[in-house]
Design a protein around this ligand. Structure first.
Ligand code: NAD
Ligand code: USQ
Length: 406
């Protein structure tokens, strides 16, 4: 039995529970016996309309998703549609009525390329993400509740690469000289090194959490997550109406899922630059499990913000491409990199806490690759191949020409 399911009566509010990580988390926690309510403004579905692309998998409207879950599990999940960043009073009222024990906060714009598309996208991402986090914390303080906030942060707050050092879980031990010429030791938040406007908002979130934790005693776990891959979890696979979203487009698709999808539809694998970028990864099944572990192990009253690195392995982009190519026969297309990022980097990450709490990592294996390529092949007819190449550039001189418009 999992740690969290030993406490089956928790009330859990899930902000952003219609998304790629939020929906499977809501089902997983509901299945474990918790009382779950989702808040989501469906902005992600509206961004699909803006980008003229859809999830490769046919995700159902929220009411159908919830009805299917009720039919299959016999359990209810509540749903409130509103913007967490802009509906302060609605959030306060919901907190006071539902009185959650834990709040899982996914409700942010999460794509780095989308955040870099234009000044309007930069401003939207900052306003939405920084606003949602501050609104949640201010509302929680006003409600007087002692709910545990579990936030989805990102490995990208650290930057990628630490000169051979293992990136610690959030805090860096520093030795500094005192005025008197002696030495003193302290622990500080690991220096922020965001690589996009999106990643910048996650570094800003860190300071917001630190402030409300110190000033108001809000208990927070910030999960610095790596790139999520895979599609289905045990619960989303139970019925096609519960299927999880699968982003493959140049803005929202993440690298490994994109390569697997590209192989399935016969598109060359789009490696940026030399493919020497090393990143941290985690499978979606482990994401939901980590969140359950975090909820089951809340920080004590007065404890500083707990930061956990939520990743299970690191890989270089070109090695992933080689691996997918060897498995599928796909070809590689080394493209000019639209991003401003290190051409090559190493990455070593400490992830001891979640392992100690009981996480048994699902590592990259060809069986799981097949699960993703099977899904991609099944829904290949829904793919719009014009949306595959990343066109969002970090700077004007990185612009990738659009073959459609010239
Ligand atoms: P997603 O875009 O699929 O889901 C986010 C959900 O939040 C969407 O349903 C969206 O409609 C909702 N939302 C956004 N702003 C909102 C607001 N102001 N009010 C209410 N609802 C709002 O993203 P995801 O992949 O599920 O990511 C969830 C979280 O996990 C994000 O914060 C992201 O930064 C983090 N994360 C994701 C990954 C990944 O690879 N997907 C990796 C690391 C961290
Ligand atoms: N890349 C390619 N080819 C592609 C797509 C990406 O080579 O077709 C490269 C990128 O240039 C980058 C790396 O792959 O070097 C990762 O890109 P990504 O789009 O998979 O991931 P990223 O932009 O970092 O963002 C994703 C999620 C974000 C999360 C982050 C975790 O969208 O929400 O925070 O992963 S992390 O990367 O650890 O910061």
């Amino acid at each position: 039995m999992s740690i969290a399911s030993q406490q089956p009566n928790q009330r859990i509010l899930i902000l952003g529970g219609d998304g790629f990580c939020g929906w499977p988390t809501a089902l997983h926690l509901s299945d474990a016996g918790h009382e779950v309510i989702i808040v989501d403004n469906l902005s992600r579905r509206m961004i699909d309309v803006e980008l003229e692309v859809e999830s490769l998998t046919p995700i159902r409207p929220m009411s159908e998703r919830l009805a299917a879950w009720r039919e299959i599990s016999g359990r209810d999940i509540g749903f409130h549609r509103f913007d967490v960043a802009r509906n302060y009073q609605r959030l306060v009222n919901l907190l006071c009525e539902f009185m959650p024990d834990a709040i899982v906060h996914f409700a942010e714009q999460r794509a780095a390329p989308y955040s870099m598309k234009s000044p309007a996208h930069k401003r939207y991402t900052v306003d939405n993400n920084v606003g949602a986090t501050n609104t949640l914390l201010a509302a929680l303080v006003e409600s007087g509740l002692d709910a545990h906030v579990v936030h989805l942060g990102t490995m990208g707050v650290y930057g990628y690469g630490s000169a051979g050092m293992k990136i610690p879980e959030g805090y860096l031990k520093v030795h500094v000289e005192t005025e008197a010429g002696g030495m003193t030791t302290d622990e500080i938040l690991y220096p922020a090194h965001p690589g996009s406007i999106y990643h910048l908002t996650k570094t800003q979130d860190q300071l917001t959490f630190a402030f409300y934790n110190r000033n108001d005693g809000v208990r927070v776990t910030d999960l610095h997550q790596g790139i999520v891959w895979g599609t289905q979890t045990e619960q989303t696979a139970r019925d096609e109406r519960l299927i999880n979203r699968f982003d493959y487009d140049g803005d929202y698709g993440t690298v490994l899922n994109r390569f697997l999808m590209q192989a399935a539809v016969g598109h060359p694998l789009t490696v940026h630059g030399t493919g020497g970028q090393t990143r941290a990864f985690i499978h979606i099944q482990d994401t939901v499990r980590c969140i359950e572990l975090a909820i089951g192990n809340p920080p004590a009253a007065g404890e500083r913000v707990r930061i956990l690195n939520q990743m299970t392995e690191t890989h270089r982009v070109r090695d992933l491409a080689d691996r997918v190519a060897a498995l599928t026969g796909a070809t590689l297309d080394y493209q000019p990199n639209p991003r401003v990022e290190a051409v090559e980097n190493d990455l070593h990450v400490a992830n001891d806490t979640l392992i100690q709490l009981g996480l048994r990592p699902t590592t990259l294996d060809t069986g799981l690759f097949t699960e993703v390529t099977d899904i991609a092949a099944r829904y290949a007819h829904r793919a719009d191949t014009r949306r595959i190449v990343c066109r969002s550039a970090w700077r004007a001189d990185r612009q990738v020409p659009d073959v459609e418009t010239g």
